[in-house]
Design a protein around this ligand. Sequence first.
Ligand SMILES: NC(=O)c1ccc[n+]([C@@H]2O[C@H](COP(=O)([O-])OP(=O)(O)OC[C@H]3O[C@@H](n4cnc5c(N)ncnc54)[C@H](OP(=O)(O)O)[C@@H]3O)[C@@H](O)[C@H]2O)c1
Length: 315
Amino acid sequence: MKAAVINSYGGTEVLQIAEIETPQINSKQLLVKVMATSINPIDWKIRKGMLKLLTGNKFPLVLGFDVSGEVVRVGDSVADFQVGDPIYTSLNSLSGGAYAEYTAVDAKVACRKPENLTHEQAAAVPLAALTALQALRDKGKIQSGQEVLINGASGGVGSFAVQIAKFFSATVTAVCSAKNIELVKSLGADRVIDYTRQDFTKEGVKYNLIFDVVGNRSFWSCQSSLASNGVYITTQPTPSYFGQSILTALIPGKKAKVILLKSNASDLAFLKELIETDKLRPVIQNIYQLAQIAEAHAESERGHVVGKLVVKVAD
Ligand SMILES: NC(=O)c1ccc[n+]([C@@H]2O[C@H](COP(=O)([O-])OP(=O)(O)OC[C@H]3O[C@@H](n4cnc5c(N)ncnc54)[C@H](OP(=O)(O)O)[C@@H]3O)[C@@H](O)[C@H]2O)c1
């Protein structure tokens, strides 16, 4: 099969289109024909070797976590899926495997694709929307009427986080640059702060939840902007953030938390329901062909993507 592979860690030039073996599946997996995938920053962090303690030194590696596609083979002990089912998922392997014509998917993390989305649209959803949902609902215990701030509201995770916070009836302040103000308002933001002109930590407003999607504001710098039992959530799993999380869990008051997304079918089903009832939609900046994967990585690395970058793998 055709895949975008890397044979060493490095710049965008290490991404190459190659012919490799179609993956084998075990009894609990599905073989999925990938129709589309999307780029997440973790893809290029892996490509650069930033996570090589986890991803190892065995090559070729196929990157990419998001999949929208069609089941072509079903493992012997899988009861919930059949050949031909359209599914979407965020792969739960360490380095991914979605930048390919076929990928092996653990059935426990697969969910039928939202019916009102194309494969390209559906591929924009899984990893980013799961992160937003699990951060706000599970880490933040978001409640109706709370004041919630999303820092990095116009990117992949942020554009879902704004909509999910509105679904939970929070009052949402979105932080982005001027060019994205209208977009985040259209996603439901009640207030918008242009980070190039204003610093949300200096405004004197108190939030129940601050979701630092970009990961450029520390818990300490946000402390004075948190309500008395407010929660700060970061997407950056660094030792120092884990330390803050452990420390603040031990004492009463404001909490620092780190989100580490876990792919699972029930949360994907929850997102599918939101999408099919028009409460959630993916924002897509651009759709690339698999052969343009290096270009898509370069754009993601620049750090100003609006919503998601999708990669079409098959027609
Ligand atoms: N821990 C986990 O489980 C997990 C899961 C998913 C993602 N992540 C991490 O979360 C981070 C964000 O992921 P993503 O997919 O949302 O990335 P993304 O789509 O690349 O985010 C780009 C967005 O960031 C905004 N941005 C850039 N600088 C900003 C600033 N100084 N203040 C506010 N917004 C700013 C940009 O808006 P402007 O163009 O307006 O500047 C752009 O819309 C990445 O580091 C990713 O690795 C972690």
